[in-house]
Design a protein around this ligand. Structure first.
Ligand code: PEP
Ligand code: MN
Length: 476
């Protein structure tokens, strides 16, 4: 357990991206209420993810981290959640088919409500207002920008209801790899994509019929860790929840001192014995530190160093090589396997400048990490029509150069971190937020169905385009 640490030790540190509440008593009442509410996830599930991540680290798996930039309370509907899970399952199936390694699925879901912003204010209709910081802080409407602590409690309940439905979906026939047509094909409009996807599902049905006889299902092996009767954490396939650990008042309230489940393996090379109990963040299986809140001496790093959950760290172009090594010394002093995932997000054209130095720094300090590529956050621009967007080709360029550089440096890409959505409008059309892809979405089309509250997301077709590209890369 981390020394001189407590769930609230971050409070005496400087903090970036802070939210200023005017009514501190109201804030205290809300966080106190949250402290008494049940956990969303359990230590056994968190340990199981750690085990799977340690496998990815040693080359036996690939992470698909994906979902919305920001979830919204309004979008918490039956249809949206079903479509999100359907797309994550479809994407992971295509990947599994090409890469032939277990896919660890981690959704940006059931708690991804808070956003860091480059500026604390913005101008809307000529008026300067506080920036929108996510539904658990303030409202998207410019008249509703005062941070309201009550929203944190709402976020807890929206997360709970989302996760409850995700668990239900994944333990029902919906998620069964035995009939993926229920969660996929009805959304695929492009005949080429449909045909490619059908080929995979047909071949998969044959393969499953065979492997079922041998007793291995689900796409992720059980590894003999926590008994799950052959089932993944949230059902027949493994699925984990995640969000950026930005709102430390909330994260602290969800941090609980709980027994480490019997049978949990020590993930250090020295096999250091585990204490009987430790601190788990019970709001999500996986949490990450954003690129704007990873200052070594600040509050977020302080909070993250004390929790047992596996964590992600966003690594952008401003990360210095030695800073990366020092950050790892702080958050993972015992060099535990499966603990830290580095999510690089440099931007297309910048990978060559930054990634080799970061790989060398990691090698020199001997920290075990998983490398994940986020090709979204370094590739945002404003369209000539005024929309915050990303071009599919920049996303592909960043993924391709990241793959090539890892290969060149004798390293390994262990996953991708994406913003995509299976959201459809009433007529069944996908969102129009990113440019390009096989549907060749143009600037003039962005306004048609631009629904994101924050960053632009790949739509169903564009996400599958990317899945096939990745899958093909691994097949060769
Ligand atoms: C995000 O993942 O939505 C995000 C804000 O990323 P970053 O911290 O890398 O900018
Ligand atoms: Mn984002």
């Amino acid at each position: 357990m981390a020394e001189d640490w407590s769930p609230s030790s971050w409070r005496i540190k400087p903090i970036a991206q802070d939210v200023k509440y005017t009514d501190k008593q109201h804030l205290a009442r809300v966080t106190d209420q949250i402290k008494h509410l049940p956990p969303l996830v359990t230590p056994a599930e968190i340990e199981r993810l750690r085990y799977h991540l340690s496998r990815v680290e040693s080359g036996q798996g690939f992470i698909l981290h994906a979902g919305d930039c920001a979830e919204s309370f309004e979008a918490c509907t039956h249809r949206n959640i079903t479509n999100k899970i359907g797309l994550i399952l479809s994407f992971s199936l295509v990947l599994l088919w090409g890469a032939r390694v277990p896919i660890v699925r981690i959704g940006r879901i059931a708690g991804q409500y808070a956003k860091p912003r480059s500026s604390s204010t913005e101008v809307v209709d000529g008026k300067t207002v506080l920036s929108f910081r996510g539904d658990n802080v303030n409202g998207i409407s410019p008249d509703d920008r005062e941070p309201d602590p009550q929203r944190m409690l709402s976020a807890y309940f929206y997360s709970t209801t989302t996760l409850n439905y995700v668990r239900a979906l994944l333990t029902s026939d919906f998620a069964s790899l035995h009939h993926p047509r229920t969660w996929s094909l009805k959304h695929v409009r492009s005949p080429t994509l449909k045909c490619e996807f059908e080929n995979i599902t047909n071949a998969l049905s044959d393969a499953l019929a065979f492997t079922q006889t041998v007793g291995a299902i689900g796409g992720v092996d059980e590894g003999g860790y926590v008994q799950g009767g052959g089932r993944g954490v949230l059902g027949e396939v493994d699925f984990y929840s995640s969000h950026e650990g930005l709102m430390l008042d909330f994260e602290e309230a969800m941090t609980r001192f709980l027994p480490i489940p019997a049978g949990t393996l020590s993930h250090t090379d020295a096999k250091k014995p585990l204490p009987p109990k430790t601190y788990y963040n019970t709001s999500a299986h996986f949490l990450w530190i954003g690129d704007r809140t990873r200052q070594l001496t600040h509050a977020h790093v302080e909070y993250f160093r004390g929790i047992r959950n596996p964590i992600g760290i966003k690594v952008g172009p401003s990360m210095k090589d030695d800073e990366l090594a020092r950050l790892l010394d702080i958050v993972n002093p015992d060099k535990e396997h499966g603990k830290v995932t580095l999510i690089t997000r440099y931007g297309a054209g910048k990978v060559e400048t930054h990634l080799p130095g970061h790989i060398a720094a990691i090698r020199a300090c001997g920290h075990p990490v998983i490398w994940v590529c986020d090709p979204m956050h370094g590739n945002t621009h404003t369209s000539s029509t005024g929309y915050k967007t990303r071009h599919f080709s920049s996303i592909i360029t960043e993924v391709t150069s990241t793959l090539a550089l890892h290969a060149k440096e004798n390293s390994r890409l262990g996953g991708v971190s994406l913003e995509f959505t299976g959201e459809l409008n009433e007529q069944g059309f996908s969102v129009t937020e990113c440019l390009g892809g096989s549907m060749q979405l143009g600037e003039e089309e962005l306004e048609l169905r631009y629904q994101s509250y924050c960053d632009p997301r790949l739509n169903f077709e564009q996400a599958l385009d990317l899945a096939f590209l990745l899958s093909d890369h691994y097949k060769q």
